[in-house]
Design a protein around this ligand. Sequence first.
Ligand code: EPZ
Length: 427
Amino acid sequence: MDKLIIRGGNRLSGTIPISGAKNAALTLIPCALLTEEAVTLRNLPRLADIDGFQHLMTQFGVSHTIPGKRPEDFGSNVTLSATRITSSVAPYDLVRKMRASILVLGPLLARTGEATVSLPGGCAIGNRPIDLHLKALEAFGAHIEMAAGYVKATAPDGGLPGGEFDFPVVSVGATENAVMAAVLCKGTSILRNAAREPEIVDLCNLLSAMGAEIEGVGTSELTIHGVDRLHGATYRVMPDRIEAGSYACAAAITGGEVRLEGADGHDMGSTLHALRNIGVEVESDKKGVSVAANGPLKAHNLTTAPFPGLATDMQAQLMSLLTQAEGASVLKETIFENRFMHVPELARMGADIETEGRTAIVRGPTQLTGAEVMATDLRASMSLVIAGLAAQGETTVRRLYHLDRGYERLEEKLQLVGADIERLGDD
Ligand code: EPZ
């Protein structure tokens, strides 16, 4: 397994190209199941999860072609064709590697009238139930049964009638599955307290380009008028707001000045607001976002929440930054039950953090020192890289497969702005 060696202390300066959004791509790819025509997605990030999802799609008979791109280019354009669905079963050995596989449930059910998907199981940050996915599909008329670790959804003869569902908890994935099922229902469906994340807007934009009729895009109430069929489309994936926010924290912790080329400030409002409150200068324009940390950093309290609140996917990265801020910052994680796994590793680097349940208190500034650290989940891993960029000495981050799931060619992007970082094969 590879490892990253980071020698801290360099002030980051320059431009980082931001890739297409992982969490948008993972819901746009299964949309290809909803039509027999070709769907071309542009600006897909080159990530392990994206490759894994495309492999999963071949299980259903979907072909995908990747037009030539120079190796040094970031991102890729992929054309997916689900001319005929040859299977509606998503097997355990694929789903267990990538929980986002559950997002084939809605589109397979809508297209073929049935779907059998292995239960994804939990992950490091929480047990990640899928009850809301299933309740929403039942509200649209699906019959759901569970057997031998699989969920089997079937539609009545003639297809799903559609219906109404009020989400008791905001769920990004359950909203995505429900929307992808609703677009081919016989009637009109309404989702209330739906997730409003920009990735949901991206999904609705692609589906609309394919001929779906969706009202309320970007709001917490979505009305979807089912259509008989969808056609192909070509669509560019939105920029990754979490990747951009992560590199903004990396720039800020080194006292640097970095241009996040292609980032969309409108998707990053809560993160940019937090950075400004911490004392980072932030400018946003049509082509990207610029961040500069010229003065002292100030402690700031943060609470994660569904969009437009502070993204839980930014909590670990901001915590690393706050270890260098003057004063005590209180961070509250309201979305997942176990999303502080970066804390013991940051403490080994010298951070002063105490946790009580889902609340962490970060006191700073503390001098971080390099250490051998272990990645545990995607965003916790990035928080360790960010800390390593500011630490005295050398930090070794192992288990990089976590990072490779969410950050396209991370070390190359950080080298572009002067970081002393290299990837080595594990000895
Ligand atoms: C998506 O996960 C993202 N993943 C996560 O990003 C992100 O942290 C999360 O949304 C919240 O923004 C992808 O988009 C692939 P949820 P998802 O359903 O859809 C509970 C990353 O680092 N819940 O919005 O799984 C759940 O336990 C990843 O890129 C139920 O109770 O998140 C959690 O407490 C990590 N029942 C809360 O809702 C359900 O049926 C929010 O989960 C579904 C969810």
